[in-house]
Design a protein around this ligand. Structure first.
Ligand SMILES: [Fe+2]
Ligand SMILES: [Fe+2]
Length: 175
């Protein structure tokens, strides 16, 4: 079944959205590298790689559906932040935005009755739920820690120990 042109366009846009997310997280990682928080830098770096994997998953889907891939320029990410909490709050906003994008894509897939696309997008919607949750949990704990350096260092160490989550162990484009 040929992929619907509107879906093809939106999936191409989603490749770009995921690459933009990857870039945003990489910029956040770079920002943390300039601070004592090497654990948060690692967390953001891991997140950046996962977003690239998401982009590749959409890329592979277009290829598998014999649809045309059209890569677009990636927007310059924000490079300056106020503090640790500020970075994670931006991260949550970014994830909420992506959830909305994928939700919109799902709606179009539903309209054109493309069940294979819906299936792929469901995987992504679950992934988004997990990502939003892990960022929200971190924000809650950062708020508890406040400006206490010792508490922040505990969270930093935990963040640095983060295993690659999501990405889907059984998915070829995932981790
Ligand atoms: Fe993503
Ligand atoms: Fe994400």
């Amino acid at each position: 079944m040929t992929l619907n042109p509107k879906l093809t366009k939106l999936f191409n846009e989603q490749i770009n959205n995921e690459m933009a997310s990857s870039y945003i997280y990489l910029a956040m990682s770079a920002w943390f590298e300039q601070t004592p928080y090497s654990g948060f830098a690692q967390w953001m770096f891991t997140q950046s790689r996962e977003e690239t994997m998401h982009a590749l998953k959409f890329y592979q889907y277009l290829v598998d559906r014999d649809a045309k891939v059209e890569l677009q320029p990636i927007a310059k990410p924000k490079a300056d932040f106020k503090n640790v909490l500020d970075v994670f709050e931006h991260s949550l906003k970014q994830e909420q935005k992506v959830t909305q994008q994928i939700n919109d894509l799902f709606e179009v897939a539903e309209q054109v009755k493309d069940h294979a696309s819906k299936n792929l997008l469901l995987w992504f919607l679950n992934e988004q739920m997990e990502e939003e949750k892990s960022v929200r949990d971190m924000i809650d704990r950062l708020k508890l820690a406040g400006n206490d350096p010792a508490s922040l260092l505990v969270l930093d160490r935990e963040a640095g120990a983060r295993k690659t989550t999501g990405g889907g162990a059984s998915d070829k484009a995932g981790e």
